[in-house]
Unconditional design. Structure first.
Length: 337
């Protein structure tokens, strides 16, 4: 039997069901090495203030790792309250944007094409449109602390569930280190893509290490099975550990310092952020299922939860163009998809 599958995560299931050795021939439709090549086009959100130095440093490092073919540095200027007056002329913004890019050009690979773009209007709407126009694979943006209630930072948070591509959010002033990388992992294709990205970053970063974290969330009705919370959590962790032991040999992780941990918690995003603090993680890389906000309310949205809580650089890896709407979420919830 010949089986086509997108990810090695499906492999251990196939091996369990194969009763006769040699009966399975497996071809992966998405080779591991190609999972980072999806970041060939990078869009950098420019604030035209001191945040841009942080954004461009992280974007340049990502462009070196891939390597990127194109980098678009864009700025969206809000329209005045009367919806007619532009706060700053477009030509002036474009001049400032080009001067900014010229000052950082040497940080990017010589073969990478650099472009600029200026738009006026709603930040979120314009950035989503720009990401589509540029066919961006990943958007890089810098935000300020949430308690400052900065308009651009608030827009960046909203981008997490609206963008049709990956998103790297970096706190202002955060150095580009990537030495301690935390990867939440739930055995899905989305988390495998995140792991592939994290491995590529780790291999390109001297002395980098990975921590893979699987979080189990004990269901509300656990007591009906006649077990305590601790017993139920231990059983779930044991099953996850068994699944990992079957999956691990299929993944090309050699040469990367690696730790795997199995945790439990009522809130998966909070448990992940707590682990990031405990490890002093310099980067969190998580997969996203591309759910819209209504769909996230039905199925849960771990990536958004991490992005809303963490004070660390966060790479949310999405399958380009994938958006799970409320209808799809309901179909998934009732196992019709």
């Amino acid at each position: 039997m010949v089986v086509l599958c997108e990810s090695p995560c499906f492999l251990y299931t196939l091996l369990d069901t194969a009763r006769e050795p040699g009966r399975w021939v497996i071809y992966f439709t998405t080779p591991w090495g190609e999972m980072m090549s999806q970041f060939e086009t990078i869009l950098v959100v420019a604030a035209l203030d001191r945040r841009d130095a942080t954004s461009l440093i992280h974007a340049a490092r990502l462009a070196q790792i891939v390597p990127a073919k194109r980098v678009h540095v864009v700025h969206v200027e809000p329209i005045g309250d009367d919806f007619e007056t532009l706060s700053t002329p477009e030509y002036e913004l474009d001049d400032r944007l080009r001067a900014l890019l010229d000052g950082h050009r040497g940080q990017f690979p010589a073969a990478t094409e650099l472009r600029t773009a200026v738009r006026h209007g709603s930040r979120v709407t314009a950035l989503v449109k720009l990401s589509a126009e540029c066919s961006a694979d990943v958007v890089v943006a810098c935000r300020r602390p949430y308690d400052e209630h900065d308009a651009l930072s608030d827009a960046i948070v909203q981008l997490g569930w609206k963008l049709p591509c990956s998103l790297l959010v970096v706190p202002e002033g955060m150095e580009q280190a990537n030495e301690r990388i935390l990867v939440p992992f739930d055995f899905s294709n989305h988390s495998l893509a995140a792991l592939a990205a994290a491995v590529a970053i780790a291999r390109a970063t001297p002395q980098a290490s990975l921590t893979i974290q699987h979080v189990v969330s004990v269901p509300i009705g656990y007591y009906r099975a006649g077990h305590s919370y601790e017993e139920f959590a231990a059983s779930m962790k044991a099953r996850a550990e068994e699944s990992w032991e079957k999956l691990r040999p299929t993944l090309p992780l050699d040469g990367v310092p690696l730790t795997v941990r199995f945790d439990d918690g009522d809130s998966i995003p909070r448990t992940i952020c707590d682990a990031a603090g405990e490890l002093d993680a310099s980067l969190i890389v998580a997969g996203s299922h591309g759910r819209t906000r209504p769909a996230g309310a039905v199925l849960g949205h771990v990536a958004d939860g991490i992005g809303a809580r963490t004070t660390r650089p966060f790479l949310c890896v999405k399958k380009k163009g994938e958006v799970v709407t409320l209808l799809h979420a309901l179909l998934q919830l009732y196992e019709f998809e």
